[in-house]
Structures are given as C-alpha cells and as structure tokens.
Design a protein around this ligand. Structure first.
Ligand code: NAD
Length: 390
C-alpha cells in the first residue's frame, strides 16, 4: 500500500506530513512511502534522507495523487482554504486522505471534498482518549504554538524576561499572563517560566488551576463561574455574551499589569471570544506585547488581525497564523509520529478499515462514498442524519 506525501502548498507552510525517521516503521508494516520531491526540504529533511530510510521520490504532485492509496498531508483542502482547492481534481474515489481538514469550518468545502468520493480522515476529530494520545496532532501543534508564541513575544518585548542582578543594578522580571490554559497555554506557561518570567494564567475550566500551578504559574481566579465549563471531550464550552463581558471586566486589571499577554481561548467550531478590548489594550504600558494565538479563529483581542502585527497605543499585537509552521522540523516530526500511529491502527493486513467499530477510526472518518459521514460534523452543520452512520 502506497502512502503518498505531497509538498505542502499553503502559502508559507514549511511542514511536511511524514519525516524520514518514521519511514522504517511504515515500511516494516508493509507500506511504501512515496514523497513528492522536495516536500521535506523546508522542514530540514532533504529527499536523500527519505531515500536512506527506504522511501521513494516522485517527481510531481499529480503522480503522488495518481499512485497513492493513502495521501498524507498537513493542511489539506479545508484547512488550506487559500490554495487547497487545486487538489480537488487530483483526489480519487478509491483513495484515502489524512490531515487537517477543518471539519467544523466550511460545510461547502467539506461537500466539495466529499464530492470527489475520497475517504478522508480529519486529525482534528481525534478522540481524547489515552489510546489516541499518540495520534493527537492538535495537541502536538498546540505544544509547538505555545512554545513559539512566547519566544516571539520575548523577542518583541523591549524588556528581558528574567530577573537579573548585575553591577548595573537589578532588573525586574517580565510579567506574563496566559489566557486559556489548554495544551498551547500550558506550554506557553512552561516556556515563559524557563525564560525566567513571572507567570500567571487563567482558564474558565477550574480543572486548569492545578495544571497551571504544577508548572509554577499563579492561577488567576475570577469570581465568576462558567456554565458546564468543560464538555465531554475536555474542551472549554461557549458561554453567553454577558459571561464574556464579565470576564473582560475582571481581567482588565491583570492585563494592564502584564508585560506580555498570550491568549489561546477558543471553543471548537465557534469564533473565539473577545476577552481584550481596545480600551484594555490602551491601559497596558507602552512596549507591552499581546500574542493572540486565537487570531486565526477571530481573535481574543479586539485589535488583532489574523496574520498581521498591529501596533496600537504603543502595544504590539501579534496575530500570526499557522505558528506551528515556524518550527517546521519538530512540528513535522511530531505530526509524522501522530500520523504513523494513526496509520498503523487504520490499516490491518494491507486493508484500510473504515468500517471498524474502533472509535479512533470512526470518530475521525469525515467523508466517504460521496458523503460527509461523520455524525458529529453532520450534527454541527445540522445535516440530516445518515442512516449508515453510527
Ligand atoms: P483548546 O485549544 O480547545 O482551548 C484553549 C483553552 O482555552 C482551553 O483550556 C479552554 O478551556 C480555554 N477557554 C476557552 N474559552 C475561554 C474563555 N472564555 N476564558 C478562558 N479560557 C477559555 O484547549 P486544548 O488545548 O484542546 O485543551 C483543553 C483540555 O483538554 C486541557 O485540559 C487539555 O489538557 C485536555 N486535553 C486532553 C487530551 C487527552 O486526553 N488526550 C488531549 C488534548 C487536550
């Protein structure tokens, strides 16, 4: 069974879906890995490294889609809404596609993908079980984003992070505030702590408190309680506007006192809540930095613009998108390990098993036989139930 790895085509994307290190494992399991020439170069993996590990190189994208039974991508059409459409005519009915497909994004795009007949699996739909942990690409990329956001913020801040006692006197440490202590937020806390900053964090899920504290952060408690703060999958839930208004009011003071604010507050399938208004930005000291990791999802800061750096009231608001791609070597390595674990579970005795009762497989299965078949996605878009879907 051939796994094809095309070069990523989202503008500026530097990751690759499989790295040389995972090839021997896949070959041992009976797969052939075929890479579009140059697909790994920007992540630090030239063609020769793949060949050394037993992969073959194909000259172009069309031949990858023509020959592969399974196509492995990072950003497929769906999450790549800029250039991804060019892959549609290449997709085949008998083929399997795996990658980020943004399953709660645009139903029209999902229908276009389904229309090709391809069997697609969306890594975003991975269940949050112990068994699926090794396949959890969202967490892998969240880890990278949290780390990199703090490094970029540190580089942008006109202060240093740690406390220093020098012959020229003492320098006070930077104060970092992280809003949303999920995977990205927790990694931001850990990274800022390693750099010597004084870190505090807030999340509407009370369960986050212990995790923040275990990383040496101070947990900011607000005297408001979210309704059913956490869903069955462990994700934060959407709240009404009056809750967000109260949050903004209560967060204003902490934000004004922070040198760097990193925001990661998102809810699956929803626009990110605005937690920092323009007035709150104005109250920050000049030179402060906000890294809005939710910019791609509408932004936690009223002033952030997706993909751009904005300076307002002397505060730099970083709205970079696709941050994981800025650390392409390790982002690709982690993603490739996630995909490899998924592939080894998906294919048994040389056959893809989309019909299985395995929850990892049926929860990630997005399109098949011309239809969007995922029950959660159909429910989200209020599509009629498919009798055949579990
Ligand atoms: P996420 O990326 O969905 O969201 C980031 C964080 O923002 C979440 O912690 C969420 O509670 C928070 N948030 C949303 N709205 C907010 C608001 N208005 N105010 C404050 N905070 C808000 O989160 P995530 O990285 O997916 O992590 C969510 C939880 O799931 C964490 O506890 C994480 O450890 C857990 N998790 C478990 C597994 C697993 O069991 N395999 C895998 C990944 C994550």
């Amino acid at each position: 069974m051939i796994i094809g790895v095309p070069k990523e085509i989202y503008p500026g994307e530097r990751r690759v879906a499989l790295v040389p290190m995972v090839v021997p494992n896949l070959v041992k399991a009976g797969f052939t890995v075929r890479l579009q020439t140059g697909a790994g170069v920007e992540a630090g993996y030239p063609d020769a490294f793949y060949v050394e590990k037993g992969a073959a190189i194909a000259p172009d994208r069309a031949s990858i889609f023509r020959d592969a039974e399974i196509v492995a991508q990072v950003l497929c059409y769906g999450s790549n809404d800029v250039t991804g459409k060019t892959d549609l005519p290449l997709m085949r009915r008998s083929q399997v596609l795996i990658g980020f497909l943004r399953p709660l994004g645009s139903v029209e795009i999902l229908q276009e993908i389904a229309g090709t007949g391809i069997t697609s699996f969306s890594v975003e739909l991975m269940p949050r079980t112990t068994r699926a942990q090794s396949m959890d690409a969202l967490s892998s990329m969240g880890t990278i984003c949290g780390y990199k956001a703090v490094l970029i913020a540190a580089d942008t801040l006109p202060r240093i992070f740690p406390m220093l006692t020098t012959a020229a006197g003492t320098v006070t440490p930077a104060r970092i505030f992280v809003i949303g202590a999920g995977v990205a937020g927790l990694q931001a806390i850990a990274t800022a702590r390693r750099l010597g900053a004084v870190v505090s964090a807030y999340d509407m899920r009370p369960a986050a408190k212990e995790q923040v504290q275990s990383l040496g952060g101070r947990f900011v408690e607000l005297p408001i309680e979210a309704k059913n703060a956490q869903d069955a999958r462990g994700y934060g839930t959407a709240q009404d506007e009056s809750f967000y208004a109260k949050q903004r009011e209560l967060l204003a003071r902490v934000i004004a006192d922070s040198d760097v604010v990193v925001t990661t507050a998102v809810v699956p399938g929803k626009k990110a809540p605005v937690l920092i208004t323009a007035d709150m930005v104005k109250a920050m000291a000049p030179g402060s930095v906000i890294f809005d990791l939710a910019a791609e999802r509408g932004g936690n800061c009223e002033l952030s613009r997706a993909g751009e750096t904005v300076i307002e009231h002397g505060v730099t608001i970083l709205g970079a998108i696709n941050v994981a791609s800025k650390v392409p070597y390790h982002a690709s390595q982690m993603y490739a390990r996630n995909l490899t674990a998924f592939l080894l579970n998906l294919v048994k005795d040389g056959e893809v098993r989309p019909d299985t009762e395995d929850e990892i497989i049926h929860e990630t299965l997005l399109t098949r036989g011309g239809e969007i078949v995922n029950a959660r996605v159909r429910e989200f878009f209020k599509l009629p139930e498919l009798a055949a879907v579990r």
